[in-house]
Design a protein around this ligand. Sequence first.
Ligand code: 4NP
Length: 170
Amino acid sequence: MTRSTITSDKPYKICFVCLGNICRSPTAEGVFQHLADKNGLQPYFYIDSAGTSAYHIGEPANRKSQMVANKHGVQLNSRARRFKPRDLKEFDLVVAMDEENYQNLLGMAGNEKEKQKIRKMRAFDPVPGDGNVPDPYYGGTDGFEQVFKIVHRSCESLLDILKEKVREQI
Ligand code: 4NP
């Protein structure tokens, strides 16, 4: 995905994106960071998240998202921010949680190279679904558990793809 090698000199930058940047994308940020750390790949990645809306700027991750993540040993340390068109220049990969976020991001892309950086989270999910990580905001804890599961599976398979590009420096 846009770069053939990843070195610790130039970490691979991923931004996970949802609507509010308080539920799904902070979960993805925390889970991917956790998996990278667990695999000794921390120096090779720079992980962030953002929202397409301005509704929750400055807020920490949702309490239920944090509760579910913590239960699985994952910390969520994000503060909500709004995704900026400039992020499409700075990041190597921008991962949208659902079709609406995906279309919004495509609309911000300035050129073909930036468009190529935008993917949907569930494109990496080995379990087939409807292509979206469902928005859990107005539902109960079950929805947050479901988000965690989908995001965890998808992040594992994304990391599997990217770790093939990691090169040790001599
Ligand atoms: P997220 O969830 O996009 O996964 O962070 C939402 C958070 C807030 C709202 C919608 C979804 N909202 O409408 O305020």
